[in-house]
Design a protein around this ligand. Sequence first.
Ligand code: FAD
Length: 378
Amino acid sequence: MSGRQIVIAGGGAAGLAAAVTAARLGAQVTLLERADRVGKKILQTGNGRCNLSNTAVAPRAYNAPDFVRPALSRMGCEALRNFFASLGLLTYADAEGRIYPVSDAASSVLDVLRLSCEEYGVRILCGFEAARLLPNGTVCAADGRTVHGDAVIVTTGGGTALLQSVGHRLTPFSPILCPLATDTTPIRGLSGLRAKCAVTLRRGGQALVTQRGELLFRDYGVSGIVIFDLSRHAQPGDLLSLDFLPDIPLGKLEELLAERTAAHPARLGEALLTGMFHSRVNAALCRAAGGRVERLARTLKGLCLEVKGCGDRKQAQVTRGGAVLSEFDSATLRSVRIPTLYAAGETLDIDGACGGYNLHWAFASGILAAHSASGGRI
Ligand SMILES: Cc1cc2nc3c(=O)[nH]c(=O)nc-3n(C[C@H](O)[C@H](O)[C@H](O)COP(=O)(O)OP(=O)(O)OC[C@H]3O[C@@H](n4cnc5c(N)ncnc54)[C@H](O)[C@@H]3O)c2cc1C
């Protein structure tokens, strides 16, 4: 048992998991949170249900597979579910492998973390905004207060620069897992409608990645889980190619439209698509095909929208960028600059796919940093 004093800056997913873990290993833990309560963001996750992991968690789902590998090999999906089970949380996997609390309430996840902090004697200081770190393990608040630890774990989340105060470099921040702003001419009038599509992201004529799922049209572009996922890979100037009938090959679709034309000669223009999609989608597709029946099949298989950027920053689930990974040891999450300093969660330059991967990283890395900082083993 360590008996060490550990200070954790940031009381989110990573910070709370780190606090419980270090306290269980016998450390005296102080958790600093700038807000009036810990774990507020956990309550918003998974539409209030908290998708906390995924059965398919693996390094390839993240931007830096080699860096996340040690944490994930120690704390995969089953191990994380066992960690939560040991705190009292029951979980289940849905048909897509996403892990949720059995209560379907994100508050259950936060409740077991908070209660466990209480049980293991974690000291929680809310309203403490860590403004500066000192290399000797002192954390300074903006209002002049200081807290000292034998080790400090920074878990202040995405888009935060606390680690810069001790010389760590940051890669630029940008919102991801978000709706995308696109050229809106082809989708004028569709805002609020949904369509099940296969969406391919293209750059310079190359198909980068294809995802299938429900897409939501917005005034500024497109949203929906399929778009949130693709937004991790998209950059301005890329093209989104929407296939409205991914199970029907182009040739078959051309035949089908020819049969419809023969069967209903009076159905001209968008009327030819009546019964296939929402009438406003039919109108948009016909407009994009320039009203020409012979171009309709290709338009249905590849309506192109140019990406402009993030469509709504407030909806972004993750911030790309953060502390430069080469300045941390991936096996321990210890700083290579300051031996008493550790970091975990989104404050590091790690992002993962939609579906529980980001919370999994936050929890798994928080647990790993706590073990390393307390001198314990998982
Ligand atoms: C709407 C929404 C839904 C999401 N849904 C999911 C989901 O279902 N599944 C999933 O895997 N991921 C989801 N995510 C992403 C996930 O929430 C994050 O990846 C995860 O919370 C990151 O954990 P963290 O502990 O690193 O950072 P955070 O959870 O952001 O916690 C950081 C904490 O540090 C505090 N803090 C910041 N600066 C300071 C400072 N200077 N001093 C003291 N405290 C500070 C903050 O107030 C915060 O409490 C969602 C995100 C959003 C916004």
